[in-house]
Design a protein around this ligand. Structure first.
Ligand code: CTP
Length: 401
């Protein structure tokens, strides 16, 4: 239908980029990018009206997003048609600018396009050897200045390489090494750098990508003391294991697993270097405080567990309750002690959702005057519940009195 509308308006319409790449790799992808040779905004508005959906337009960039109900979203970009007036009798020649649009992209595997207009529907357009590189499982840039144009591509190359099980091509790898050597990563703003690292950590298995970042010297230029030695690798692998355990046990609970890896990466930094890295990545103040708090509190809690390995459920609950699940999983991955892991597992499985049956309202009905004492009583009941000392509402009430 996109192609039919294009035809009516006299525009050529193509699906491009990651969507086509993933189509050839048979990987699901619901982010469709299309390029319109013509006016993308006119196209998007007309399409949205006809399909009864919303279009968000960005006039400044000549782009739009078509928002379908079901998570499906189509980004519309404009590739301007260019007219060249030739001398003498030659007619005005109209150059499709799809090729220019694709030439600006990062890697050959992202430059494939699929024609959508009815008379050429389904035709695969491959100006830069994208199909060959998908077959050869190679990540290759289109030209030598690609990383100079946009140094985030260094991290994107690593991310795609690991995600697809591809390999950065020889020439591209040496361009990356050169780019790192001449300090292109240092030129990146903190937020962009953080965003790219975050994307890597959000991949299914970020550990090999982190190893690759170290190999290309990327980790070293972010912070000399963030390294990927055997100990660091072991921590990250432990994190991976703990995350799969958690995800299998609690399928429906949302988890920001990238955060656990991020903590893992930062965890062995001396205080001063940690501050430097957080500065470099331009992390928000509250995030910096949370990270520093986490490391300090995790150490405290692990220390307490070591001194008193067999704590009562209420003590385990009180120790772990201030943490987010991601932080507890980080703790679980860094400890070697089986009894600590068991305590954490019990916390997730049994303790964290326990609540007294009695509420403040019930205490009032029992004639206890409201005040700070309520929190104390309810906490005492919760502890008793956790420790199995009370098992019913009646027993809770008895304890309240
Ligand atoms: N792109 C680029 N340089 C960048 C970022 C993006 O050339 N620094 C291009 C890529 O060719 C990509 C397109 O813009 O195909 C869209 O970017 P993005 O949505 O980030 O890429 P996807 O390939 O869809 O990646 P993902 O699967 O991770 O969403």
């Amino acid at each position: 239908r996109l192609g039919e509308l294009g035809e009516e308006l006299g525009y050529k319409v193509y699906a491009v980029g990651g969507f086509i790449r993933d189509l050839l790799l048979r990987r699901p992808n619901l982010d469709i990018d299309i390029v319109v040779e013509g006016d993308g905004i006119t196209f998007a508005k007309a399409f949205a009206e006809r399909a009864g959906i919303r279009a968000r337009c960005h006039k400044k960039f000549n782009t739009a997003v078509l928002i379908f109900d079901d998570n499906l979203k189509v980004d519309v970009a404009t590739a301007r048609l260019e007219y060249y007036q030739y001398p003498a009798a030659l007619p005005v020649v109209q150059f499709g600018s799809l090729k220019m649009d694709l030439y600006r992209r990062d890697f050959t595997i992202n430059t494939l396009a699929l024609a959508l207009n009815p008379d050429e529907f389904g035709q695969l357009i491959d100006f830069f050897g994208g199909q060959r590189d998908i077959k050869e499982k190679a990540i290759r840039v289109l030209h030598n200045l690609s990383f100079v144009e946009d140094p985030t591509r260094i991290l994107r190359a690593i991310r795609f390489e690991q995600r697809f099980g591809f390999r950065v091509g020889k020439q591209t790898a040496s361009l990356i090494r050169h780019a790192v050597k001449i300090g292109l990563i240092e030129r990146l703003g903190g937020q962009r750098l953080f965003h790219e690292i975050q994307h890597i950590l959000m991949e299914e298995d970020p550990v090999p990508a982190i190893r690759r970042m170290a190999e290309f010297g990327v980790l070293g230029v972010i912070c000399p003391s963030v390294c990927f030695d055997a100990k660091a690798e072991e921590t990250l692998l432990q994190i991976k294991e703990v995350l799969s355990w958690y995800e299998l046990s609690f399928l429906d609970e949302p988890l920001e697993s990238w955060w656990v890896y991020f903590l893992g990466l930062l965890s062995r930094l001396p205080h001063k270097d940690l501050q430097k890295v957080m500065e470099r990545l331009d992390l928000a103040q509250n995030m910096r405080e949370r990270i520093a708090w986490t490391f300090q509190r995790v150490n405290q809690v692990l220390g307490d567990f070591l001194r008193l390995p067999h704590q009562r459920p209420s003590a385990i609950y009180r120790a772990l309750q201030p943490f987010r699940p991601e932080e507890i999983l980080f703790m679980m991955a860094t400890t070697q002690r089986e009894e600590v892991r068991r305590a954490i597992s019990h916390y997730f499985h049994r303790y964290r959702h326990v609540q007294p049956e009695i509420r403040g309202r019930d205490l009032k009905e029992m004639g206890i005057p409201p005040g700070p004492v309520y929190a104390k009583i309810l906490n005492r009941i919760l502890d008793a519940r956790l420790n199995g000392e009370v098992r019913s509402r009646e027993e809770e009430a008895a304890l309240a009195r």
